[in-house]
Design a protein around this ligand. Sequence first.
Ligand SMILES: Cc1ncc(COP(=O)(O)O)c(C=O)c1O
Length: 381
Amino acid sequence: MTSAAGVTRVYLDWNATTPPLPEVVEAMSAAAREAWGNPSSTHASGRLARARIEEAREAVAKLASSDPRDVILTSSGTEANNLALRSAFHEPGGRLVTSRMEHPSVARVAELLEREGRATVRWVAVRPDGTLDLDDLARALSEEGVRLVTAQAVNSETGVVQPLPDIVTLARRAGVRVHVDAVQAFGRGVDAGPEADTRSLTAHKIRGPKSIGALIARPGTPLHPVLVGGSQERGLRPGTVDPVAAAGLAAAARHALGSPARWQALAPVRDALEKGLCELWPRARIHGASARRAPHVTSIAFPGWQGSELVAALDLEGVEASAGSACSAGTAEPSPVLVAMGDAEAARASVRFSLGEDTRFEDVEFALRAAQKVLARTFVR
Ligand SMILES: Cc1ncc(COP(=O)(O)O)c(C=O)c1O
């Protein structure tokens, strides 16, 4: 909860982005003053900048329980996903197995690879509870020429935790490479797919800055750059890496190592929010309620409302949430995730509330008072 000039606001949109930690801001401002050199330069200024990059690589490796040599810094989670998917179809041909629940930085790449004639995409069915249908995945893996399975660790809209151990086991049995979009899982105490061949991370979901992320690849996984240019990041990600963003990522990744307990403790806070909202709007439906969910997210359909309308009304009352994922905010498209779960009606009527390690019961109480005011309005208009 923040209060300025007598106005109180509660931020419940941590899946869109997280507020940067004070130590992240401090590390970045120190780096902006001191580490402005080009990290590829061999002189002292370059070495100072290079040190920030290597510290970030080490911190990410520690968070991902991998070796720093297996961490490729990118500009975002989006770029890490692009690099993983495009690498698998560098030589055209074969099948890409994924689902309609994926973030656009996976789903759109899959569609593009198909349009380019590089891959045939097999969209695996999604169960009504928001988990990947493992029977259909097994069928997809028995088809000819499957080269890559790509799955998310946690759905950004519903918080549903995907059955990664089963997904990886099925793929391994079929001898197929696996990519996990773990952007919403790292640092949150949920399985981030340690067995996968490649994994994506982004700093701004773990209280770091925007515009820096990483792809973590198991040794020996063939990778091919998406961009063409210099030899930064072993030529896999040409372009000068920003030492200032890297300093922020290092601080955020170190903090994230100790974060799981703080995020796991959010379950009763999230449950209080869900209970309160369902009492205020008895027709409300919680998406993925019967599945295992990350303890900080809830996506709720409010039949009779447009999700975007409700989000705008809550914002006026000081509560920040979102209708679907931030990447689809502002579009008229219904949520593809909820459509994939077979709840097309709810796809336009839903609001996602995502809590974070700083969210307290009093934030939920404030949000419920705001929701009470807003939801009561339907009866007077
Ligand atoms: C599951 C998932 N993957 C990938 C991304 C993209 O990350 P970035 O914003 O760093 O491009 C997001 C961002 O919302 C996400 O939620």
